[in-house]
Design a protein around this ligand. Structure first.
Ligand SMILES: [Zn+2]
Length: 108
């Protein structure tokens, strides 16, 4: 469990896992995320696969619940306390976990 924001534990069916893997493969193929591509087995055995995080955009307030597995990898690689992503709505690099969003908005 990350220190600065909450995550949500879920239970996925194998169909949901396959869909998620397909989306992951597409993202790799389109160079949206860094490879090398994981095999299906290593993908579904990731420790954070059945963990979700509520994200919100600091710019346009767009909110979405997304899978935490890739963010966990990113945080490890970047030694970052929380993920920072491109907002799917406005395309700005302002997409952060909801709890981080609330802390930042409160401190303005
Ligand atoms: Zn946005």
């Amino acid at each position: 469990m990350p220190k600065f924001f909450n995550t949500i534990q879920i239970k996925m069916t194998s169909a949901q896992k396959q869909n998620l893997y397909r989306a992951y493969s597409d993202n790799i193929d389109q160079d949206l995320i860094m490879g090398p591509k994981m095999s299906y087995m290593s993908f579904i055995n990731q420790p954070n696969l059945e963990v979700m995080v509520d994200m919100k955009c600091l710019d346009c307030q767009f909110a979405l619940r997304v899978n935490f597995a890739l963010y966990a990898e990113y945080m490890k690689l970047e030694k970052s306390p929380f993920p920072l992503d491109t907002c799917p709505h406005c395309r700005k690099l302002q997409f952060v976990p909801l709890d981080i969003y609330n802390k930042l908005i409160d401190s303005i």
